[in-house]
Design a protein around this ligand. Structure first.
Ligand code: GDP
Ligand code: MN
Length: 379
């Protein structure tokens, strides 16, 4: 779950990471007043759950409360990467002498958190990573030992940080690490962390992503969720207790069990096609849940055919079959559906589906082959 910059900065403040003075505004009048309080100069920052706001014109320096008013009106009317700007952060304007990149994330390949830092931070960090990878330093963190002082000194050295800022830098890195661990973050990023003209370190931007699976132990963070940045189908799925992740292929998949869903996607890939989604209807899926899942899959215009792959353990295949029949009656799918239902009450399921337009398959491989050949016929 992504947090907005202002929400991330509130967390920074709790962890004593220095941030600019500022407040959130939802109207131009509010922005004007905040700008006044900040002494007449400010930065107006669009709050949307995406990066590259600067380049999109969503970060604007203003030199008077009147200008803050005008620019906020403009920014609140913007849509950045498909997301409407509903709030702006009005921060004190800071004179920058150097921009640093600092981030912590998980590296799955080494099963550890990794700290990434660069003395060339700012809006071009992706370019730097591609063109001058030597300017980016990474440091693996032992999850049991945590961040060590010597590691922080190493980083300070490699990014050419002036000596007088080492102590402040060490505190910031260590605080970011504590925040990362204590909040169950999967990303905690400051870009840029700036050295100001008056020689202080300040986090000018903030980006935090929280592990959704850990939200149950952070109710305060769970409350910060903004569904603006999320796929509507994924939100609908969550409502029905269905794990749904949209992908960019053309074969819709309805499966029970995450492992079986992964295997189903693998087989489709193996046969040279591509899945349109990951979907796990979960154990003991009821007819209503199956119907909701089918509607979810069909809400994606890229879907050209659907493969239903159910292993009935606790889940009863006849329930799934009933769900499919009633869902088809309701949503009238215009794409072929191949169903492989095995396990508890599979025979009853077959009887229920007899006479329906659904195509039966005996094995996963058979089902995948059938669904792919149907897509190829219609394509
Ligand atoms: P992003 O583009 O979404 O990553 O948004 P950022 O918050 O990182 O802002 C983009 C860029 O705007 C930063 O890298 C800075 O160069 C600039 N910027 C942001 N805040 C200030 C500020 O207070 N003063 C100045 N001079 N520049 C700023
Ligand atoms: Mn940034």
């Amino acid at each position: 779950m992504k947090l907005h910059e202002y929400q991330s900065k509130n967390l920074f403040a709790k962890y004593s990471i220095p941030i600019p003075k500022g407040s959130i505004a939802t109207t131009s009048g509010e922005a004007r007043r905040i700008c006044e309080d900040l002494g007449g100069k400010a930065v107006i920052k669009a709050q949307v759950l995406t990066g590259g706001r600067g380049k999109a014109g969503g970060i604007r320096l203003v030199k008077s409360p009147e200008e803050a008013d005008e620019i906020t009106t403009l920014v609140l009317g913007m849509t950045i990467k498909g997301m409407p700007v509903r709030r702006v952060l009005v921060d004190e304007a800071i004179s920058i002498s150097k921009e640093i990149y600092l981030g912590i994330t998980n590296d799955r390949s080494i099963q550890r958190p990794v700290l990434i830092a660069s003395g060339s931070g700012g809006v071009e960090i992706e370019e730097v990573a591609i063109k001058m990878p030597e300017k980016i330093t990474r440091l693996d963190i032992d999850p049991l030992l945590g961040m060590r002082d010597y590691q922080i000194r190493d980083i300070a050295l490699t990014i050419d940080l002036p000596r007088n800022l080492w102590r402040a830098f060490g505190e910031t890195v260590y605080s970011l690490w504590r925040l990362y661990i204590e909040c169950d973050a999967t990303l905690a990023e400051i870009n840029p962390l700036v050295i100001t003209a008056d020689d202080r370190l300040v986090a000018l931007d903030a980006k935090i992503v929280i592990d959704e699976n850990a939200l149950f132990r952070h109710p305060d963070l769970a409350d910060l969720r903004d569904i603006d940045g999320e796929d509507p189908a994924e939100i609908a799925g969550r409502k029905f207790g269905i794990s749904f992740i949209k992908l960019d292929g053309r074969i819709g998949c309805m499966v029970n069990g995450a492992g079986l869903a992964m295997a189903t996607m693998d087989v489709i890939k193996f046969l040279g096609d591509s899945p349109a989604n990951f979907l796990d209807v979960g154990g003991g899926a009821s007819a209503e849940k199956v119907a909701a899942a089918l509607r979810l899959i069909l809400s994606d215009p890229n879907v050209k055919a659907i493969l239903v792959n159910i292993f009935g353990g606790i889940t009863r295949c006849d329930e799934v079959a009933k769900g499919l029949i009633s869902a088809c009656a309701e949503v009238k799918p215009n794409v072929p559906i191949v169903a492989r239902l095995v396990g508890t009450n599979a025979a009853e399921a077959q009887a229920i589906l007899a006479g329906s337009p659904l195509i039966f398959a005996d094995t996963l491989l058979d089902g995948a082959e059938k669904v792919i050949s149907m897509v190829r016929e219609t394509a």
